[in-house]
Each structure stands twice: as C-alpha cells, then as structure tokens.
Design a binder for this molecule. Structure first.
Ligand SMILES: NC(=O)c1ccc[n+]([C@@H]2O[C@H](COP(=O)([O-])OP(=O)(O)OC[C@H]3O[C@@H](n4cnc5c(N)ncnc54)[C@H](O)[C@@H]3O)[C@@H](O)[C@H]2O)c1
Length: 276
C-alpha cells in the first residue's frame, strides 16, 4: 500500500534528500520543502554551502542536515542514501536529483575532460540518485523522485552539446522510470526550465566570449526565480504530473519539437547561422 495517493501532497511533511542544495534551484527546493513542514538532507559537493542552506532552513522553522557528497561518485551517493534515513530518523520519502553544472562551447572546442566532468555530475549524478533510492522506495512501499533536467534536454541548442546530451539522458531516464514505477505508486517528475538566475554560469565552464551574453540572459530571465520554479515543480509532483516545463519559451520549444521536429531543426539551424 502506497503512502501517497494522487490527492495526497507528497511534498508536504516530506523527508527529503536534495542534491546540489547549496545554491540556486536546489537551495530553493530545500527551503520550499522546509516551509511545507519537511525535513531536508542538504547534499552538496560544497559542504559550507550545504550548511548555509541548513541555517536558512532553521530560519523557516525547519530541520535540515548538511552532507558533503559528490553525486558523480557512486559510493558517496550510496552512503548519502543510507545516512539520510539515519539523520532524519525516518525513511526518505522524496529525492531531488538536482546537482548539475553548466558547460558551453562548440562541439570541437570541448575536451574529453569537459565531457566527462559534465557527464559525471549531470548524468551519473542522477543515475546514482535513482539507483540507490528506487530500491529503498520499492521496499518501503512509498517514495517520490524529482529529476532536474532542463529545456536543453529537448531543445538541442547549438554550442551546448555535452550539456544537452546529459539532460536528454535525464529526461529519458525520468520518462522510463515514471512508467516502470507507476505500479509501485512512486511518483516521478522531471523539471525542464530554460534559464533561471542562479550561480550556474559562475560555477560552470562557459567560454569567456559568452559570459556577458549569459549574464545578460540570466538578468532577462529575472521574471523566473528559483523559488517559483521549485514551488511549481513540487505542486506538479503532488498532482502526479511527470513534466514541469515552467516558462513560456520552454513550452514553445517543447511544442515545436513535438509537433514538427523537422521544421524545428531547420528553425534552429537557420537562427544559429543568423546569430553566430
Ligand atoms: N540555472 C539555470 O538556468 C538552469 C536551467 C535549466 C536547468 N538547470 C539545472 O538546475 C540544476 C541546479 O542548477 P543551478 O542553476 O541551481 O546551479 P547552481 O550552480 O546555482 O547550483 C548547483 C549546485 O550543485 C552543486 N554541485 C556541483 N557539482 C556537484 C557534485 N558533483 N555533487 C554534488 N553537488 C554538486 C554546486 O556546489 C551548487 O551548490 C542543475 O542540474 C542545472 O543543470 C539550471
């Protein structure tokens, strides 16, 4: 018997693990969960940043625990999954595989080290999170998963190949898991935003020639906040929806790609020639 029916609010009073919780969207997820009465294990490769989020959780009257974890390292994620339930004194009810890094550049500018770094965090991080939490959720008979992908998972924007590939993998993994886990009543949601103002550009490997453009783009997207994205995603999870596509441009790319993929490919190639 599942703990959650579609009507029940999975995101309320959750015992949650959030990766990449030291900044941006991950921190917003942690704080929103805290406001909804949850307890949160804040995992991040940056221990000090995770501790800052725990202090902010305390400020909203919630309990959090900071755990240092590199999501690309299988052993560390296994330890995180085991440690989380001990720290919280309760089985984990929600995992948010959010940790990620930004990587830009033309395909032939990227080194194999760039590819491995991006795959290590963005794709292996999510695979590890699902690998160690899904068996626990099945065994305990309840649980929910949010995977943070990106509109890049389907939009295939030029000069973002490695990032696009990792996010396409996260989208596919989430869609497949959603079907597989339906009979276990384990909800899955995948978040696919375009730009959200966070530290992703500052923390990423973005060629100098884009940094101004990227900063401007993030400023122009100030109407989307990481808090609003986290709030919407948790509500979509509660409703049993697989996809969270928060912005109008993300929805437009989604529609174009799904309804007319060839036309979309032409539009992309032509606009790239024009703008580059
Ligand atoms: N900001 C955007 O425009 C945007 C758009 C679409 C998708 N996303 C996705 O949202 C997620 C969160 O990114 P953000 O924008 O909040 O960026 P951010 O840089 O503000 O936060 C990312 C956090 O992940 C942590 N992290 C990095 N590598 C890690 C690792 N190996 N193990 C554990 N933690 C690690 C960082 O320390 C940081 O605290 C990422 O998956 C990103 O790809 C972001």
């Amino acid at each position: 018997m599942s703990l959650f029916s579609k009507k029940q609010k999975t995101s309320h009073q959750a015992y949650a693990v959030v990766t990449g919780a030291g900044s941006g969207i991950g921190r917003s997820f942690a704080l929103e969960l805290g406001k909804r009465g949850g307890t949160v294990v804040c995992a991040d490769i940056n221990q000090a940043a995770a501790e800052e989020t725990v202090a902010l959780l305390k400020g909203v009257g919630a309990t959090g625990y900071a755990v240092q974890c590199d999501v690309g390292n299988a052993e560390e994620v296994k330890a995180l999954a085991d440690q989380a339930e001990v720290l919280m004194g309760h089985p984990t009810t929600l995992v948010i595989n959010n940790a990620g890094v930004g990587l830009g550049g033309k395909f032939d500018e990227l080194t194999l080290d760039d590819w491995k770094w991006c795959m290590h965090v963005n794709l292996w991080g999510v695979i590890h999170g699902c690998h160690y939490f899904v068996p626990k959720f099945k065994a305990q008979g309840f649980g929910a998963i949010i995977n943070v992908a990106s509109a890049a998972s389907y939009a295939a924007a030029p000069e973002m190949t490695a990032y696009n590939v990792t996010k396409a993998g996260v989208l596919s993994l989430s869609e497949t898991l959603s079907a597989e886990l339906r009979k276990f009543k384990i909800k899955v949601n995948v978040l696919c935003p375009t730009l959200v103002p966070t530290n992703i550009i500052k923390n990423g490997r973005i060629p100098g020639r884009y940094s101004k453009l990227a900063d401007t783009a993030l400023t122009n997207y100030a109407f989307t906040t990481s808090d609003s994205v986290a709030n919407l995603t948790l509500n979509r999870l509660d409703s049993g929806d697989l996809y969270t596509i928060p912005q109008i441009d993300a929805k437009l790319f989604w529609l174009m790609k799904r309804t007319s993929p060839s036309l979309y490919a032409r539009f992309l190639g032509t606009s790239y020639q024009f703008f580059k």
